[in-house]
Write a protein that binds this ligand. Structure first.
Ligand code: FEO
Length: 380
């Protein structure tokens, strides 16, 4: 069940959705009890209600995650099925009460590993915090070996396909989703992946995107994004106002490529911030190209730097290049914006005005240093 949101282009007023998204809900009918797993974003509630026409009863609504794209229509479903109880984690209970004003007595909490029998079907609730908020859980349907994972393993793609049909496309969308939603919680996600090892999972049914009927590859991809080593890749987000920083950027890119280092370049004036987030999943080094404006970094560079700090990628090295007109505190300001990144800083390079031969020599040195660091770490 659920809804396809073909038109949506932004999530949380922050995350670009170039391919729209879906809000998936699932109905499991046992011989004795019927449960609805999650709902849909409230503007799509009518679509869900239409699908529930003819369903005689719902005993429980399972809320895996309190964020409103999944929980927001619970009050509307409860209007139709007033006898239903809501099942969720203890942490989510207070969130659902805060966010949806649900009456406390209809929300039942389940412990990690608790089981609910529907008669001939059995649900096991597995607490998986931080996929994507601290209260999240997933549900394993034992008889069918299906994992209902909510945001975990999700992807933002609007489509009429129920199952994954184009693995390459879903890989890209799932990686974008991981970068934007899950990457900040990498360490806890690793523990959640370990926790799922004991289950025979034949199918993963997330609440965004298609169902994985061959789930091994997406679990392996997550394992790699979470625990793998960074790649021999420099990510270079930049802004240039009058072309000087761009000259520095272009020279550094050539020098890095000459040393066998891959580079992904993002002009922040035009870039899709989700693409930048995806590149950060793999990057070993970030070099920020920042012109100085009003005595500090260009605001778009500051925005991207704040975002990178919040996403906590596994980046190992960082540097800053740029041009200034008369002075300022660009390097100090940017350095103060990345407390979450445990990086080694490679000496930044700023030049006054248009770059000179000396500027290019300094960038050649920076490129050689980065290449050497990547080699020492055996980044491939
Ligand atoms: Fe799809 Fe965190 O909500």
């Amino acid at each position: 069940m659920g809804a396809v949101d073909w038109d949506r282009r932004l999530f949380d007023a922050l995350i670009p959705l170039p391919d729209g998204t879906t809000y998936n809900a699932y109905l499991v009918e046992g011989s004795e009890k019927t449960v609805l797993l999650d709902t849909v974003d409230p503007p799509k509630a009518d679509e869900l209600l239409k699908q529930l026409d003819g369903v005689p009863k719902i005993d429980y609504i399972i809320s895996h995650h309190a964020e409103q794209d999944h929980s927001g229509s619970i009050p509307i479903v409860l209007n139709r099925f007033p006898e239903a109880k809501v099942i969720t984690t203890p942490k989510a209970k207070s969130m659902l009460i805060d966010l949806l004003k649900l009456p406390e007595d209809i929300v039942k909490t389940v412990d990690d590993g608790e089981i609910l029998s529907l008669g001939n079907k059995t649900l096991k609730f597995i607490h998986t915090p931080w996929v994507h908020w601290p209260e999240t859980m997933v549900t394993y349907l034992e008889e069918n070996r299906i994992l209902f994972s909510c945001d975990f393993f999700g992807s933002h793609i609007a489509t009429t396909d129920l199952f994954v049909t184009d693995q390459g496309r879903v890989y890209e969308a799932a990686k974008r989703y991981f970068a934007e939603i899950m990457m900040p919680f990498r360490n806890i996600i690793e523990k959640n992946l370990d926790k799922l090892k004991e289950y025979d999972i034949q199918m993963i049914a997330p609440s965004h995107g298609q169902i994985y009927d061959h789930p091994e590859w997406i679990m392996e991809a997550y394992r790699n994004w979470v625990t793998g080593t960074p790649k021999n890749l420099v990510v270079l987000p930049f802004i240039s106002m009058h072309g000087s920083t761009r000259q520095l950027v272009d020279h550094l890119v050539s020098a890095l490529v000459g040393h066998g280092v891959r580079v992904e370049l993002f002009n922040l004036a035009v870039t899709d911030i989700g693409k930048l987030a995806m590149a950060l999943v793999d990057a070993a080094t970030v070099v920020v190209g920042a012109p100085t404006v009003l005595a500090g970094p260009h605001p778009l560079v500051a925005y991207a730097t704040l975002l990178a700090n919040a996403l906590r990628p596994r980046v190992k090295y960082l540097s800053i290049i740029g041009s200034y007109g008369w002075g300022g505190k660009t390097v100090e300001t940017l350095a103060g914006m990345i407390p979450n990144l445990k990086v080694e800083v490679i000496e930044p390079f700023l030049c006054k005005g248009v770059p000179s031969e000396a500027s290019f020599i300094a960038l050649d040195k920076m490129a050689a240093t980065i290449a050497q660091k990547h080699k020492e770490n055996d980044f491939k």
